[in-house]
Design a protein around this ligand. Structure first.
Ligand SMILES: Cc1ncc(COP(=O)(O)O)c(C=O)c1O
Length: 343
């Protein structure tokens, strides 16, 4: 992205070979977006990078109407590994296999590794995952217990784990997966599905960790508007935890993103330096979006309510969007993305 080098789709890395910055997927003949009839995840496969995909189950989640005017939940905890991560994992793991890799590597706050480990096993490729040793122990157990991934616990935060994954992938010729361009494409399907169900929406609220979901959603609504599939671009609001708010601070103060040491119980969004931060800020400004923060207590209250009132599983990061909704009370129709339920 920095040096603007262009690569053919046969280039097998998600990071620039010249300047090491993130690559973006550019579509040769950009098709106009249109809704599919059945609104399933793979029915939007034609808007994903070319690949002969093995179409494993992901996405196709429900929108649930809340018991209050204008609020709808897009419930991502019903994905196979209980978070929206599966949408991106199934795309990038298929690409890794197409490129001929035998192993993938990734860094994770927990859910990403679980998702990568799950699809790696289903697709028959080895997975090496790097997780902070301060991450949620139950999530580490989930990965260890079920999907054969080789786990390295890192004495540091998510960003330290990410640096380890990059080093490992270079040294061992493993495909670097995680918060990169193919995942970003896959995660666009959540907003494609939600907009199909609701048609017009005023506000979309979603949690922010590494900001891949935020950047992907902003790109997706821009693309839908350019294709005349939607009349107006909804206001997209990203939510960070009060104890991990590097993007909020940079967006509100107009400064560079400064790395933080995360301090929040919402482990899924405990990120101190979001990979897609800069890109998200640019898009938020361009499309009239916003950022907000919520406390751990506010997230916990909404996670409990989601379970008690709607039987929806939500971890703290998963309930962040609903906590932000409660704080902001936006008018009109709002989608709050309940991003995950690995409690
Ligand atoms: C449940 C959940 N919500 C939100 C996020 C944040 O997504 P992103 O890193 O794309 O900002 C994550 C990331 O791990 C997650 O697992």
């Amino acid at each position: 992205m920095k040096c603007r080098e262009r690569y053919k789709s046969s280039f097998t890395s998600q990071i620039c070979g010249k300047c090491d910055s993130l690559l973006n997927v550019v579509y040769d003949e950009k098709k106009k977006f249109s809704y599919s009839t059945d609104n399933s995840f793979w029915s939007y496969g034609e808007f994903m990078p070319d690949c002969s995909y093995k179409r494993l189950e992901a996405g196709s989640t429900n929108v649930v109407i809340a018991d209050e005017y204008g609020l709808y939940f897009k419930v991502e905890s019903t994905n196979p590994t209980k978070s929206f991560k599966d949408r991106g994992s199934v795309i990038e793991l298929n690409k890794a296999i197409e490129y001929g890799y035998k192993e993938v590597a990734c860094a994770s706050t927990g859910n990403m590794a679980y998702s990568i480990a799950y699809y790696s096993k289903m697709l028959g490729i080895r997975a090496k995952v790097f997780i902070s040793k301060h991450a949620n122990k139950d999530k580490i157990k989930l990965i260890k217990g079920t999907h054969d991934a080789d786990i390295s616990e890192i004495d540091g935060d998510f960003t330290d784990a990410q640096n380890e994954a990059i080093k490992y992938s270079k040294k061992n010729n493993a495909f670097l997966t995680g918060d990169y361009c193919y995942r970003k494409e896959g995660q666009k399907t959540a907003i494609f599905e939600a907009m199909h169900d609701l048609k017009s929406v005023d506000t979309v609220i979603l949690p922010v960790g590494n900001a891949t979901l935020l950047a992907g959603t902003l790109e997706a609504v821009k693309y839908m508007k350019q294709s005349n599939a939607i009349k107006q671009i909804p206001k997209v609001i990203g939510v960070e935890a009060e104890g991990a708010k590097p993007l909020y601070t940079a967006f509100k103060s107009g400064t560079q993103i400064i790395r933080e040491r995360p301090d929040t119980a919402a482990d899924a969004i405990a990120v101190g330096f979001p990979t897609f931060g800069e890109e998200s800020i640019k898009l938020l400004k361009e499309l009239g979006g916003d950022m907000v923060t919520v406390s751990d207590k506010e997230m916990l209250e909404e996670a409990v309510k989601l379970k008690e009132m709607y039987n929806i599983e939500a971890e703290l990061g998963g309930a962040a969007s609903v906590a932000a909704y409660r704080k902001l009370s936006p008018e009109g129709k709002t989608i709050a993305l309940v991003s995950g339920g690995n409690i």
